[in-house]
Design a protein around this ligand. Sequence first.
Ligand code: TXA
Ligand code: MG
Length: 316
Amino acid sequence: MAEIGKDIEKAKWILEQGDLVAIPTETVYGLAGNALKVASITKIFDVKNRPHFDPLIIHVPNIEHAERYTEEIQKPARKLMEHFWPGPLTVLLNRKSIIPDLVTSGLDTVGMRCPKHELTQQLLSELSFPLAAPSANPFGYVSPTKPEHVNEQLGHKIKYILDGGDCKVGIESTIVGFEEDMPLVYRMGGLSLESLEHVIGKVQTMTHSSSNPKAPGQLKSHYSPSKKVFVGNIEELLQQHPASRIGLMTFKKDFHYRHQFVLSPSANIDEAAQHLFTALRELDKMPIDVILAEFVPEHGLGKAINDRLIRAAALG
Ligand code: TXA
Ligand code: MG
């Protein structure tokens, strides 16, 4: 198993050796390595069992650092970065050639992210290179929001997990790209569409486009536990699965089931996001055959939560 600790110097040393460290962010835990070193990037793909066509995003401590690795940052992108960094926003920018092809799967753009987490901010500002960091889970599985989640699945493959406690946001960053300066949301996430649109006006979203090669993160079957997930109206789903051993995941309603997880008893959408991946992981471990989940209201982070539910169910 990996060591879990708060030692930034140790994390730094391991990363400088070209090895990997799991890092906390406000969204989910990342599996981090030196983004400028092909050997480290290769390790990330290997540990996650991730196909090379799925590009990685790069973590920096501020806009100034992002400028070292990208061509001129256009106005709308800069506006978003100034407004939301550090925070759960990844922007797709034109990369400089210092970023290895392997990071971007050959794309001209690179995803840049500035996470809002004290430990990781400190680590990033002390390092002489940026960190490539996908979510620290095996490819296709639910992202980790606690150090223990990382240890359960990747603990035998990495040395160190930097312990930043539970992730506050709980779902991955919102990814925004630009076509001719027009913002396009590639992945809904921890920054709500309302917040984005408040700053740059109407944005287009690219949702559920399972086969779009420009956004491999949009793969239809993603964020999936190993149990079958069905999403919809709970009462109807219960009728459709009479003989199964059932686990329930609801937004606020308590069905008094033995195996269930209520995301937010007080109906708070941010709290629901924070608990979503823990709920899916816990249910996955329970002695049940299927997970029946209901959609949450579509405001704030609700759209991103429902997007994850749809994809978790895609394998069903
Ligand atoms: O919140 C997050 O973004 C977390 C934390 C650790 O920062 N990271 C994360 O990384 O979720 P990952 O690799 O699990 O998801 C990033 C997604 C991938 O699905 C990838 O396909 C997409 O971003 N992506 C990366 N670079 C891209 C690019 N240049 N164009 C389109 N999509 C890109
Ligand atoms: Mg991921």
